[in-house]
Design a protein. Structure first.
Length: 119
Protein backbone atom coordinates (compact mmCIF):
# COMPACT_ATOMS: atom_id res chain seq x y z
CA UNK A 1 0.00 0.00 0.00
CA UNK A 2 1.38 3.40 -1.02
CA UNK A 3 0.64 6.15 1.49
CA UNK A 4 0.18 9.68 0.14
CA UNK A 5 -0.12 12.86 2.21
CA UNK A 6 -1.57 15.97 0.58
CA UNK A 7 -0.78 19.18 2.49
CA UNK A 8 -2.57 22.22 1.09
CA UNK A 9 -4.76 24.92 2.60
CA UNK A 10 -7.06 24.87 -0.45
CA UNK A 11 -9.82 22.31 0.07
CA UNK A 12 -10.53 22.06 -3.67
CA UNK A 13 -6.91 21.11 -4.41
CA UNK A 14 -6.85 18.44 -1.69
CA UNK A 15 -10.18 16.93 -2.77
CA UNK A 16 -9.34 16.98 -6.48
CA UNK A 17 -5.99 15.25 -5.94
CA UNK A 18 -7.55 12.75 -3.51
CA UNK A 19 -10.07 11.74 -6.16
CA UNK A 20 -7.69 11.65 -9.15
CA UNK A 21 -4.56 10.02 -7.69
CA UNK A 22 -5.99 6.51 -7.04
CA UNK A 23 -6.57 6.11 -10.79
CA UNK A 24 -2.82 6.48 -11.36
CA UNK A 25 -1.35 5.11 -8.14
CA UNK A 26 -3.02 1.78 -7.40
CA UNK A 27 -3.31 0.51 -3.82
CA UNK A 28 -2.90 3.97 -2.36
CA UNK A 29 -4.08 5.36 0.94
CA UNK A 30 -4.52 9.12 0.91
CA UNK A 31 -4.34 11.48 3.88
CA UNK A 32 -5.05 15.21 3.89
CA UNK A 33 -3.80 18.12 5.99
CA UNK A 34 -5.12 21.67 5.68
CA UNK A 35 -2.09 23.58 6.99
CA UNK A 36 1.65 23.20 7.46
CA UNK A 37 1.57 22.40 11.18
CA UNK A 38 -1.04 19.66 10.77
CA UNK A 39 0.87 18.38 7.75
CA UNK A 40 4.14 18.19 9.69
CA UNK A 41 2.47 16.21 12.48
CA UNK A 42 0.85 13.79 10.03
CA UNK A 43 4.08 13.37 8.03
CA UNK A 44 6.00 12.36 11.16
CA UNK A 45 3.21 10.03 12.33
CA UNK A 46 2.25 8.38 9.03
CA UNK A 47 5.71 8.34 7.37
CA UNK A 48 4.15 8.51 3.88
CA UNK A 49 5.76 7.30 0.67
CA UNK A 50 4.77 10.52 -1.10
CA UNK A 51 3.98 14.04 0.10
CA UNK A 52 2.32 16.64 -2.10
CA UNK A 53 2.81 20.01 -0.42
CA UNK A 54 1.88 23.61 -1.14
CA UNK A 55 4.45 26.36 -0.61
CA UNK A 56 2.39 29.11 1.03
CA UNK A 57 0.13 27.93 3.88
CA UNK A 58 -0.99 29.00 7.35
CA UNK A 59 0.99 27.95 10.44
CA UNK A 60 4.06 26.67 8.54
CA UNK A 61 5.07 27.08 4.91
CA UNK A 62 5.78 24.05 2.76
CA UNK A 63 9.56 24.66 2.83
CA UNK A 64 9.47 24.99 6.65
CA UNK A 65 7.65 21.67 6.90
CA UNK A 66 10.09 19.93 4.57
CA UNK A 67 13.11 21.25 6.49
CA UNK A 68 11.62 20.04 9.80
CA UNK A 69 11.44 16.40 8.65
CA UNK A 70 14.39 14.16 9.61
CA UNK A 71 16.81 13.61 6.72
CA UNK A 72 16.61 9.80 6.92
CA UNK A 73 12.94 9.59 5.93
CA UNK A 74 12.61 8.14 2.43
CA UNK A 75 9.71 10.26 1.23
CA UNK A 76 9.20 11.56 -2.30
CA UNK A 77 8.13 15.22 -2.30
CA UNK A 78 6.04 17.09 -4.88
CA UNK A 79 5.87 20.86 -4.39
CA UNK A 80 2.83 22.69 -5.75
CA UNK A 81 2.45 26.44 -5.89
CA UNK A 82 1.27 29.42 -7.86
CA UNK A 83 4.52 31.12 -6.79
CA UNK A 84 7.29 29.22 -8.58
CA UNK A 85 9.68 32.17 -8.49
CA UNK A 86 9.55 32.26 -4.69
CA UNK A 87 10.68 28.63 -4.45
CA UNK A 88 13.71 29.20 -6.63
CA UNK A 89 14.83 32.44 -4.93
CA UNK A 90 13.74 31.96 -1.30
CA UNK A 91 14.43 28.28 -0.76
CA UNK A 92 17.85 27.46 -2.22
CA UNK A 93 18.92 23.89 -1.57
CA UNK A 94 15.41 22.68 -0.73
CA UNK A 95 15.08 19.03 -1.76
CA UNK A 96 11.98 17.96 -3.67
CA UNK A 97 11.36 15.56 -6.55
CA UNK A 98 8.90 17.51 -8.69
CA UNK A 99 7.40 21.00 -8.93
CA UNK A 100 3.91 21.56 -10.34
CA UNK A 101 2.57 25.06 -10.94
CA UNK A 102 -0.94 26.06 -9.92
CA UNK A 103 -3.56 26.54 -11.13
CA UNK A 104 -4.00 23.09 -12.67
CA UNK A 105 -5.67 22.88 -16.06
CA UNK A 106 -6.11 19.08 -16.05
CA UNK A 107 -6.12 17.29 -12.68
CA UNK A 108 -5.69 13.92 -14.38
CA UNK A 109 -2.55 15.08 -16.19
CA UNK A 110 -1.24 16.35 -12.85
CA UNK A 111 -2.04 13.03 -11.12
CA UNK A 112 -0.30 11.09 -13.88
CA UNK A 113 2.78 13.34 -13.60
CA UNK A 114 2.84 12.84 -9.82
CA UNK A 115 2.55 9.06 -10.18
CA UNK A 116 5.82 8.99 -12.14
CA UNK A 117 7.70 10.26 -9.08
CA UNK A 118 7.14 6.88 -7.40
CA UNK A 119 8.71 4.87 -10.23
Amino acid sequence: MTSILIIDDENLIRRSLSRALPKYIKSSEIFEASDGLQGQEMWLRIKPDLVIIDVLMPEMSGPEVIRSIPVGMQTKVVMISAHQGQIETQTPGLKYDLFIAKPFEDIHAVAEQISKVLV
